[in-house]
Design a protein around this ligand. Structure first.
Ligand code: TXA
Ligand code: MG
Length: 309
């Protein structure tokens, strides 16, 4: 199989028809590209796991056509409703008790479902045309870097899926923030574009305690094939690539600067593409510099540590 790439907006009708037919379609969201299938169709959801090589124990995010669907698929508490009102459509995923209509395969047999509404105009038009929820994890092979362009998706899954809807580069470049409300407090399960500070306006934010089993949140994730390290001591720099925060350094085989002005939003947008370019050089290691705390710094540091395994 070789994936066909269709360009939005013309390709939207085709993509929606393929989804309606139970097929897999990769499509853009404002965070990263997703590998979509009809969420309420267990067979279609199962084929996502197969194409990604993803363990069935790792649940999917269900994207809703609009927030009106929230109460059809989940049982939201008042804090989650307020968060949905404030941040949807947008890069916030809520983990909530699920309703029986959500197939168990989508939630990996858990009693909760992760839901969000994407703000990407191409995603939005596609899901409107389909008229029902789309389950979509990031459109990469399991454990690898999330794709932020149609070309990245083709590299990852070009031989495993029939269709890629090209809507250009993703705006945020890193995956949505995932939160769960427990005992009237928020737990951030995955840091992302919606920051801790933005969430604190709605409820106390608890530290993600190690006790909660967060499926799929294993330590090694988002990983390039080249090993990622933080300390260059002991490595031959001329055989390493530098993933620099805000300024280039001499002596490396290659250097990618995430943001010359140290802007964490720009850095997040560039992160996965820069990792991919350095990975393609097949060097001994990628030396990564951690961003300063604040803003998206937390989310970027989280991804870099997971890439380092
Ligand atoms: O920005 C995003 O969230 C992208 C775009 C495509 O929407 N999606 C994405 O999906 O990053 P994925 O599958 O790569 O990551 C979703 C994470 C997984 O680590 C999964 O374990 C977690 O969400 N998750 C899903 N359902 C969950 C649940 N019921 N409880 C806890 N974690 C859950
Ligand atoms: Mg992923």
């Amino acid at each position: 199989m070789t994936a066909q790439i269709v360009i939005a907006p013309d390709g939207i009708t085709r993509a929606a028809a393929a989804l309606a037919d139970g097929q897999l379609v990769a499509l853009p969201t404002e965070t990263v590209y997703g590998l979509g299938a009809k969420a309420l169709d267990a067979r279609a959801c199962a084929s996502i796991f197969e194409a990604k090589g993803r363990p069935l124990s790792d649940p999917l995010i269900v994207h809703l056509p609009d927030s009106g669907w929230l109460e059809r698929l989940a049982v939201p508490d008042s804090i989650s409703l307020a968060l949905a009102e404030a941040f949807w459509p947008g890069p916030l995923t809520l983990v909530l008790p699920k309703s029986p209509v959500v197939p168990d395969v989508a939630t990996a047999g858990q009693p909760t479902v992760a839901v969000r509404v994407s703000s990407h105009p191409v995603f939005s038009s596609t899901i409107q045309a389909l008229g029902e929820p789309i389950a979509a994890p990031s459109a990469n092979r399991f454990g690898r870097i999330s794709p932020t362009s149609a070309a990245h998706v083709f590299e990852e899954l070009g031989d495993r899926i029939p269709l890629i809807l090209d809507g250009g580069e993703c705006l945020h470049g890193i995956e949505s923030t995932i939160v769960m409300v427990r005992d009237r407090k928020l737990t951030i399960l995955r840091p992302g574009p919606i920051t801790r500070r933005q969430l604190e306006a709605f409820a106390g934010v608890a530290e993600a305690d190690k006790g909660v089993a967060v499926p799929g949140h294993m330590k090694s994730h988002y990983a390039p094939a080249t090993k990622v390290i933080f300390d260059p001591a002991g490595s031959r720099r001329e055989r390493c690539g530098l993933l620099a925060w805000n300024r280039p350094e001499e002596g490396y085989a290659a250097c990618e600067v995430l943001s010359m002005s140290g802007d964490s939003i720009e850095a997040a947008t560039r992160l996965y593409g820069a990792m991919r370019r350095l990975d393609a050089l097949a060097l001994d290691a990628i030396v990564a510099q951690l961003p300063p705390a604040g803003g998206l710094g937390e989310a970027i540091a989280d991804r870099l540590k997971k890439a380092a395994g």
